[in-house]
Design a protein. Structure first.
Length: 170
């Protein structure tokens, strides 16, 4: 037992109680050996399963890393597109707003009050559209930025909505 060798058996020398004790001892040793063999088989099976699961986990980790890189690149491409699109949309809008401002400044005396108001409305709507474009650009980045809450004056919101709908309803 000190060396863990349970293959050695005691030889029975007689049919007395000592012989029966030897037989019981040998049976116990056989059971210990059988249990050790089963434990070794289970140990080997567990090692195989751990290695298999580790390989699966490594493969899945690599897949996730690749997916994460693709997602990061996709987000960067989306940010680039949103920035370019917002810039491209705002440029003609600024031109319209500037042109309306120039018309108002250069021809204010030749325009009646209704014409002047239409040019001021056009300028306001251009600024409103630029604000909407900026808001869309910020919204496209929401998932990657921390949210900040701020108070809003709902009266101003209603005025802005009515102002933007004035042209549609008017």
């Amino acid at each position: 037992t000190s060396e863990g060798d349970f293959s050695i058996r005691v030889e029975r020398e007689g049919n007395d109680e000592i012989g029966a004790l030897y037989d019981g001892f040998n049976v116990m040793l056989e059971q210990i050996q059988q249990r050790d063999r089963e434990l070794e088989l289970h140990h080997q099976e567990l090692e195989r399963l751990v290695k298999e699961r580790t390989r699966e986990l490594d493969a899945r980790t690599k897949e996730l890393a690749i997916s994460n890189e693709q997602l990061t690149q996709s987000n960067k491409d989306l940010d680039d597109f949103a920035y370019i699109a917002s810039h491209d949309l705002k440029e003609p809008l600024r031109g319209i707003s500037n042109y309306a401002t120039f018309l108002l400044e250069d021809y204010e005396e030749q325009l009646d009050e209704e014409g002047q108001e239409k040019l001021r409305t056009l300028t306001r709507l251009c600024k409103r559209m630029e604000t909407l474009i900026n808001s869309l650009l910020q919204y496209s980045r929401l998932g990657r930025a921390e949210l900040a809450f701020q108070e809003a004056d709902l009266n101003e919101v209603v005025v802005e909505v009515l102002d933007s709908m004035h042209v549609t309803l008017g």
